[in-house]
Design a protein around this ligand. Structure first.
Ligand code: SER
Length: 316
């Protein structure tokens, strides 16, 4: 059946670029963007937009019926650093939105769901290097707890009710079009903006904190590739490990200096250091590469060239 798609959380970091790509692939009017806040002009002018609270099942159902939607990408969520400050609110948003959408699929209102998981499912007791798909998951953050619980809800709805829900454990996602908000990996986005604007950046993680990361273009491609994969090739219904690159603040700063020679980085770790220290430094995503042929395109060098070129163009 032809996909008619609802994106919940379309104004966010991933939602903005995913919506654009889905509209190119499936036609502007077949991709309904939605968020709790108003969209930017580009999104409003390129296709339908609705204000939706992602935890409000009745409103989602109304919009699903209005547009005859059959697929939902649920991207509304509170990220790791903000969630530590508002644990109850984060839990409510991250869990209730997922359960609302899973129920709509169970009740046959929609056919397919995408829901993002994260490297935050892992914790201090997880093997940190090349973290395997199946390993210890004892997250120490509220965000991580909500992602582990969410993964098992997805698996449960798939097993019990045959719900076609698919999920990726995103690493830190780096973009230049829309900034993320409230995440621990956000430094790797902020650093580019500050490098262009001020030639300096004070990093909230220490210089040798290695984390798994990915350029937005790869994240969007992986997401769409998983959603378009043949149902028989989707063998994991919790969340797939997904990887591209990994680096430290020092290494990304060195790469930026190749373009902006006077760029200076200083380090002032805050509460986010502990969160970063509890996460893997690299991820083994061989299951995704085997099951649905995942391949990333961007390394640190290519990503840095792309981001700096685009941000410099915007600043002119
Ligand atoms: N990028 C997210 C965060 O830092 C992890 O999924 O919270």
């Amino acid at each position: 059946m032809k996909p008619i798609i609802l994106v919940l959380g379309a104004s966010g970091q991933i939602g903005t670029e995913l919506t654009q790509k889905l509209r190119i692939l499936h036609g502007d009017k077949n991709v309904i963007a939605s968020d709790i806040r108003k969209a930017n002009n580009e999104m409003l002018s390129s296709g339908p937009f609705e204000i939706i609270d992602a935890t409000d099942k009745e409103t989602i159902l109304k919009i699903v019926k209005k547009y005859k939607i059959n697929q939902v990408y649920l991207l509304a969520a509170m990220l790791s650093a903000t969630a530590e400050k508002m644990p109850q609110k984060a839990w409510n948003l991250n869990m209730n939105s997922l359960l609302a959408v899973l129920d709509l699929a169970k009740e046959k209102h929609i056919e397919k769901i995408y829901w993002p998981s994260s490297i935050a499912v892992f914790g201090p007791t997880t093997p940190q290097k090349n973290t395997p798909q199946k390993t210890v998951m004892e997250p120490s953050t509220v965000y991580g707890i909500s992602k582990v619980a969410g993964e098992y809800w997805c698996n449960y709805y798939h097993q019990k009710y045959d719900v076609d829900v698919r999920s990726l454990r995103y690493p830190g996602i780096i973009s230049w079009k829309t900034k993320p908000g409230g995440g621990t990996t956000d430094y790797a986005v902020d650093i580019y903006y500050k490098a262009i604007e001020e030639s300096k950046y004070e990093c909230f993680l220490s210089e040798n904190t290695r984390l798994p990361m990915m350029f937005m273009n790869d994240a969007v491609d992986a997401t769409i590739q998983l959603m378009e994969a043949d149902v028989n090739d989707v063998k994991i219904r919790t969340g797939y490990n997904l990887a591209a690159i990994d680096f430290t603040p020092k290494e990304i700063a060195e790469e930026i200096k190749k373009h902006i020679p006077d760029f200076k980085i200083t380090y002032k770790p805050d509460f986010r250091q502990e969160i970063a220290d509890s996460w893997p430094s690299s991820i083994d995503d061989s299951e995704a590469r085997k099951d649905w042929n995942w391949q990333h395109q961007f390394d640190l060098k290519l990503m840095t060239e792309n981001i700096i070129k685009n941000l410099q163009k915007e600043n002119i």
